[in-house]
Write a protein that binds this ligand. Structure first.
Ligand SMILES: Cc1cc2nc3c(=O)[nH]c(=O)nc-3n(C[C@H](O)[C@H](O)[C@H](O)COP(=O)(O)OP(=O)(O)OC[C@H]3O[C@@H](n4cnc5c(N)ncnc54)[C@H](O)[C@@H]3O)c2cc1C
Length: 551
């Protein structure tokens, strides 16, 4: 039978880019693989290749879509009227979680590091970066589980109880006691209705019980994500001040702890993960660290989750860039492929430069976690973490919006995946210290720990002489520090410039000359127009080709 003509395109679409599937999310990302090799080794890239292949499958993409289409549902009471507070997730959520845990993206690197693995955190960071491109929401419990371990170490006995389970590669959901679990997940409860940044204003009270180290908590938590997790680090006011506590969902005897989930948040970004409001009324809690040292104790968890905010935002950028560069390589307009149009090359090259700068800084930070005994690395982490958290997370919404626009109207439609990325893009800047809070943390670090400025100078100084625009930017940034009266007002400006100098230093030393040139020529000085696609010169096509995934 002869096929019917379809010249009007009613049944068969033409000039549509194929779905970006079947590519390796790790090995097709040159900015990522070069950073892994630089800070670790080529073998690490090979280790991560299976994860990258799985992350790029159509199956993974579909699970990511379904997990966001079918929202988690809260059941507060069972059919008989017993309080249960259970959240039911779509099977695709469990599919994603099972793989994230199985790939060791939770707390595994802490144990691997203790066992002598020198690149455990870098491997995990690169894996998290790649895997979270399947779907961003499930990265939240994975991040909190990763981040809980350094804080739990405030108490050897408690750390011993939990670390192996949090590091286990077995995803074992369900409301059961620790002894009945093959793997566990952790969360955190700091934010309350009256304040999140200012946790010292917490109202939740901790009342000691007759048993040493045990308290009951009375109050609420306004945001507690992933309420089905097994264990939470929670702040509350004890007699000695704000104190950190370990709260388990189920007590050792198998009965449920009093952890009432009032409702789930109706959120902007991902809809796969549940973020809840909790009420605590006689909730049993074990003290972690001394009374009054709560902020100091939980700050270890905050620091590790801040790293994941940087990784998560860099991953969103990379994912959006991959979709944009893929689309323009396949879509034609006005007689030619979009990628061949000089102005589109400018836009995508600019996005690629932003993404590569974010990836490079994120991996540099992860590599620093692998060297805890090195004073330079410790000082660099202290300053570079709030810098990167501020800058990379802040740049993400504008970058993702521009990537979305590269797909034209298709980018505005849910099936493309870009709308979810766009809605998700502001989150990492809010969570774990919003933009201002991180910019102010940079000032705090500079004011209290002189070695952190030296660490920044050493790091950016490694590229000294290689690019005069970077050199000038470093000098201008140091001059900003002289204006002590205007420091707080200008904290964002300072943090942004310091972060961009770190990125510039990494790109000048390690990225192809075209990428470094485009970055230094646009991010420093006054010529930058503030939106993407305003690069003035350079080998734009080379930058675009480097960024485009190959299947
Ligand atoms: C999806 C989602 C999930 C979350 N999950 C969790 C969770 O699991 N556990 C948890 O504890 N919290 C969680 N949070 C809460 C989050 O960490 C807080 O929202 C965040 O820390 C900001 O606190 P806040 O909302 O009280 O804002 P506020 O502290 O009221 O801040 C409001 C604004 O003021 C700015 N600001 C604050 N202080 C200053 C200052 N001195 N100078 C200038 N500006 C300032 C802030 O940067 C911010 O822009 C979650 C939030 C979201 C959106």
């Amino acid at each position: 039978m002869t096929a019917l003509p379809d010249a009007d395109g009613l049944r068969t679409a033409t000039n549509q880019a194929p779905a970006l599937v079947g590519h390796n999310v790790v090995t097709s990302d040159l900015a990522l693989t070069e950073a892994i090799t630089r800070h670790g080794s080529a073998e690490l890239v090979e280790d991560l290749a299976p994860l990258g292949a799985e992350a790029g499958t159509e199956e993974a993409r579909e699970h990511g879509r379904l997990a966001n289409r079918h929202h988690p549902e809260l059941t507060t009471y069972d059919r008989w009227g017993n309080r249960v507070d259970e959240v039911e997730f779509h099977p695709s959520w469990h599919w994603l979680m099972e793989r994230a845990v199985g790939h060791g993206l939770q707390a595994a690197p802490w144990e691997q590091q203790e066992a002598g693995d020198q690149h455990a955190h870098l491997r995990r960071a690169a894996g998290f970066f790649a895997w979270s491109q399947t779907e961003p929401g499930h990265g939240c419990p994975i991040s909190m589980t990763y981040a809980a371990v350094p804080a739990l170490r405030a108490d050897d006995a408690i750390a011993k109880e939990w670390t192996a389970l949090l590091a286990a590669r077995s995803y074992d959901p369900g409301v059961r006691a620790r002894s009945a679990k093959t793997g566990a997940l952790a969360g955190m409860g700091m934010t309350e209705k009256q304040g999140g940044s200012d946790v010292r204003a917490n109202l939740t009270r901790a009342v000691p019980t007759a048993e040493d180290g045990w308290y009951t908590l009375h109050g609420h938590k306004w945001f507690t994500s992933a309420p089905m997790n097994d264990v939470f680090l929670v702040l509350a006011q004890a007699a000695g001040g704000v104190t950190c506590f370990v709260v388990t969902r189920v007590l050792a005897d198998g009965t449920r702890n009093r952890l009432d989930v009032v409702r789930l948040k109706d959120k902007l970004g991902n809809r796969s993960n549940a973020s809840s409001e909790l009420e605590l009324d006689g909730t049993l809690a074990q003290r972690l660290g001394d009374e009054g040292r709560g902020v100091r104790t939980i700050i270890e968890m905050v620091a590790a989750t801040r790293l994941d905010c940087v990784l998560g935002s860099a991953a969103l950028m990379r994912h959006a860039l991959a979709e944009a560069s893929w689309h323009v390589a396949h879509r034609s307009a006005f007689g030619g492929l979009l990628v061949d149009k000089p102005l589109m090359q400018n836009v995508v090259a600019d996005l690629a430069v932003e993404s590569e700068a974010a990836t490079a800084l994120a991996m540099r930070l992860a590599a620093a976690v692998d060297r805890p005994g090195d004073p330079h690395e410790a000082a660099l982490r202290r300053i570079a973490l709030p810098l990167a958290k501020f800058w990379v997370c802040k740049r993400t919404p504008a970058m993702v919006a521009e990537a979305l626009e590269c797909l034209g109207g298709n980018g505005y439609v849910e099936d493309s995946g870009l709308p979810l990325m766009f809605r998700e893009s502001p989150l990492n800047s809010i969570w774990e210290g919003s933009g201002n809070v991180n910019a102010l943390d940079v000032l705090r670090a500079l004011g209290r720990e002189p070695e952190v400025l030296q660490a920044w100078i050493t790091e950016v100084g490694a590229a000294r002489g290689a690019d005069s625009r970077l050199d000038r930017a470093v000098d201008d940034t140091l001059a900003l520090l002289g204006d002590t009266a205007g420091l707080e007002t200008g904290a964002r400006r300072l943090a942004g410039q310091m972060a961009a100098c770190l990125q510039g230093s990494l790109l000048v030393r390690f990225a192809p000359a075209e990428v470094a040139d485009a970055f230094c020529g646009s991010r420093f000085g006054t010529s930058y127009g503030g939106t993407f696609g305003m690069l003035t010169a350079g080998s734009l096509r080379t930058v675009v080709d480097r960024a485009t995934p190959r299947t």
